[in-house]
Design a protein. Structure first.
Length: 107
């Protein structure tokens, strides 16, 4: 996945309308982890990665053909339960053994 270097911070408002989103192709054609590990995702998703001298930015557009059926459950920290969620892992040493995961749920 290509990360684009940017010169000014993105606005963190949940709206992916900055011009930089047009400058790099999004990651797409993802595979599932659950419930069918390794199969193509059931819904299309796109993700963009940007960085500047202070931060790494991840923007994602998660499409859903039935948004009224998105699983929204509150839970304790580090316990995603049955909620729909999006996550990204960073493997800074590219060894495939140590990665840092960041996740958000629909809640």
């Amino acid at each position: 996945m290509e990360a684009l270097r940017i010169t000014s911070p993105l606005v963190l408002d949940g709206v992916l309308d900055e011009a930089v989103y047009q400058q790099v192709a999004p990651a797409k054609d993802f595979l599932q982890l659950q419930p069918y590990n390794g199969r193509p995702s059931m819904q299309p998703s796109e993700a963009w990665f940007f960085f500047d001298h202070q931060a790494l930015y991840v923007g994602a557009m998660l499409y859903d053909s039935a948004p009224d059926s998105i699983f929204v459950f509150l839970s304790e920290r580090d316990n995603i339960v049955a909620s729909d969620y999006f996550g990204v892992y960073f493997d800074p040493y590219n060894q495939g053994q140590l990665a840092y995961g960041f996740f958000v749920t629909s809640s």
